[in-house]
Design a protein around this ligand. Structure first.
Ligand code: ATP
Ligand code: MG
Length: 337
């Protein structure tokens, strides 16, 4: 029944995306490879790394990370879920009991175990997990003295990146060194948000952080999207916040919203993603739809500056005298201040 249900709800299997483009093989060797062989010899399949992040607590990051990763996997897309939060909620939510002895994100960050040994099978055929543990709290302190402390996760994931099509990182509710590592390791950020007034202020701060990380560590980092969680479409406030976000983020505000759904809240206590716990629930269906929407993103994820520029341009074409949506202003640099 469970399997049948999963199949019925499943997405179409997706094709591997090719993230690094062909380089000329042995450019100075004088050996001319046939064009197709030359291209094939250099193609690598690299996971798209998505950090699910928002420094605000309790907005649905972990629920999103678990259920998005599970939805990719249910579509037969090889997916790795990495729990970057010492609270270990993503780990327990996919059936990993608290065990301080097991290999975890801590070992990935500190490089004291082989990544292949740290990656463990999850509750679906195509889902793998790097669980967290409490000693990840220590990593925040231990990494501080390292020279390349921001790149530890990126380096830890490098050797397993070609095994997966998606890597989903569940971040803690802080802009700390663990989140910084996740953002440096990621290609894009997915921002779960509740439709509340104060949430908009938090997003502005997060976009500022993304822009700074692009400048200093990871120029390719972009915005995968903003997803509204625990969404109640019947309230005016929800509609208003969604409209503000749409005006600013354009099509990077995910058209899928995740409703408040008791099955999503219950599933982690059974150690299962919602689509295994109750695949016909509205919550499971929303995350399957969200996974499909994200898989359909073909353009590179835009930077906050690009999003701001697009929002300003859209505003200009509709009302010449009104300013760009006031959601995010790039921080002034010291020189400008
Ligand atoms: P933290 O910042 O502490 O890491 P978080 O952002 O990861 O929190 P979650 O743990 O995913 O947030 O969710 C917070 C609480 O809300 C949890 O109890 C979760 O089960 C519940 N929850 C999340 N999304 C939904 C939803 N769509 N419907 C109902 N409950 C939800
Ligand atoms: Mg969480």
């Amino acid at each position: 029944m469970e399997r049948e249900c999963l199949r019925a709800n499943c997405l179409e299997p997706n094709h591997f995306r090719i993230h690094s483009f062909a380089q000329p093989a042995a450019p100075n060797s004088g050996i001319a490879l046939p064009c197709s062989a030359q291209v094939l010899s250099c193609l690598t399949i690299m996971a798209r790394v998505i950090a699910v992040t928002n420094q605000k607590g309790g907005v649905g990051k972990t629920t999103t990370a678990i259920n998005l990763a599970a939805s990719f996997a249910a579509a037969e897309v090889p997916t790795l879920l990495v729990d970057c939060d010492p609270q270990s909620n993503a780990s327990s939510g996919v059936g990993f009991n608290k065990d301080p002895e097991r290999l975890s994100t801590y070992h990935l960050l500190t490089g004291i175990a082989a990544p292949d040994d740290i990656v463990q099978p999850g509750p679906l055929d195509q889902l793998w997990v790097v669980p967290s543990s409490k000693n990840l709290i220590g990593a925040n302190i231990e990494l501080v003295s390292l020279e390349d402390r921001e790149y530890c996760l990126r380096e830890g994931l490098a050797s397993v990146r070609n095994r997966f099509e998606f890597i989903v990182l569940d971040c803690p509710p802080a802009l700390d060194l663990l989140t910084l590592n996740a953002l440096v390791a990621a290609d894009s950020v997915l921002i779960p948000m509740q439709a509340e007034y104060f949430a908009l202020e938090g997003v502005s701060e997060l976009l500022d952080t993304v822009e700074r990380i692009r400048e200093s560590f990871n120029p390719a980092l972009g915005i995968e999207g903003v997803v509204l969680t625990m969404f109640d479409e019947r309230t005016n406030l929800s509609q208003q916040v969604a409209a503000n976000l749409r005006e600013f983020f354009g099509d990077r505000l995910c058209s899928t919203t995740v409703p408040r759904n008791v099955r999503l809240a219950e599933a982690p206590s059974h150690g299962k993603p919602a689509l295994i716990y109750d695949c016909r629930s509205r919550g499971a269906e929303a995350y399957i739809k969200l996974a499909k929407e994200i898989m359909d993103h073909t353009d590179p994820p835009p930077s906050p500056e690009q999003i701001l520029a697009a929002a300003s341009a859209a505003k200009d074409t509709t009302a010449h005298d009104s300013p760009a949506p006031d959601l995010y202003k790039p921080a002034e640099t010291d020189a400008e201040a």
